[in-house]
Design a protein around this ligand. Structure first.
Ligand SMILES: O=C(NCc1cccc(CNc2ccc3[nH]ncc3c2)c1)c1cc(-c2ccc(F)cc2)cc(O)c1O
Ligand SMILES: [Mg+2]
Length: 214
């Protein structure tokens, strides 16, 4: 039977990256996507912006919406302080299966919890299921029409505190117009756009960083 793109991406990691070396896993995925097949990882250019935001925030609790193959999960987790944790939600079970193996290859299982299911169901359960009080950083990279409803859900569930950072991928391509309008016009957020390019291409894209003001 034909393999899937996530399976081929995992094989490229297992072939080219060093076990236990997260940066080599990131490099192997970027090389695979540049040389072999495009895939919807945040990529190396936007990934550097992600790295700088993570390093600046130094989060203890991170929520990622949309794991895919675990590229940004590994990128973020490799920068976290020792006791910090990242919970990453993935709706597609096939993606989750691959992501767990990519994360294991990077040796970051202890810092990452991959949770399968839709954000709309899991966000209201974060406190009771995972003992989360609030998130220091949320990375939004799932279905683009879910960014706004899930942001409102995070607010309503009391999962954001004064100073929590939302970092959203793809605000230009594919685009998240309703989300952008909300975080840029709401008095409850201070927003900043980081212009970049769609992963592995010359098309414009960018990340929107929004600070929750409480
Ligand atoms: O659409 C995108 N990513 C999201 C996505 C997409 C498919 C499946 C899932 C299933 N995972 C999922 C779903 C719902 C969920 N709820 N909670 C968790 C959760 C997880 C997620 C995307 C597209 C492009 C892109 C494509 C084509 C093109 F030409 C230009 C650009 C570039 C990106 O960087 C992208 O991130
Ligand atoms: Mg994305």
């Amino acid at each position: 039977t034909q393999s899937t793109r996530p399976q081929r991406l995992l094989h490229a990691v297992q072939k080219n990256a060093t076990r236990g070396d997260p940066r080599s896993v990131v490099k192997a995925i970027d090389n695979f996507c540049r040389q072999k097949e495009w895939a919807m990882n945040v990529g190396d250019e936007k990934g550097c912006i992600l790295d700088s935001v993570v390093s600046e925030v130094n989060p203890v609790t991170v929520l990622e919406l949309g794991t895919y193959c675990g590229y940004s999960t590994v990128r973020i987790a490799s920068l976290l302080p020792p006791r910090a944790k990242i919970i990453t939600l993935e709706f597609n079970p096939d993606y989750a299966k691959i992501a767990r193996q990519v994360i294991a290859w990077a040796g970051l299982e202890d810092k990452i919890q991959v949770v399968e299911g839709p954000s709309g169901e899991w966000i209201p359960k974060m406190k009771e299921q995972f003992g989360v009080k609030t998130f220091d950083l949320v990375f939004l990279d799932h279905w683009k029409d879910r960014y706004l409803p899930d942001t409102k859900l995070l607010e309503d569930c009391g999962l954001l505190r004064k100073g929590s950072i939302l970092l959203a991928d793809n605000v230009i391509c594919p685009g998240t117009p309703d989300y952008l309008e909300y975080v840029r016009n709401s008095p409850r957020y201070k927003s900043q756009y980081f212009k970049s390019h769609l992963e592995y291409t010359k098309a414009e894209d960018g990340l929107e960083k929004s600070v929750f003001l409480g």
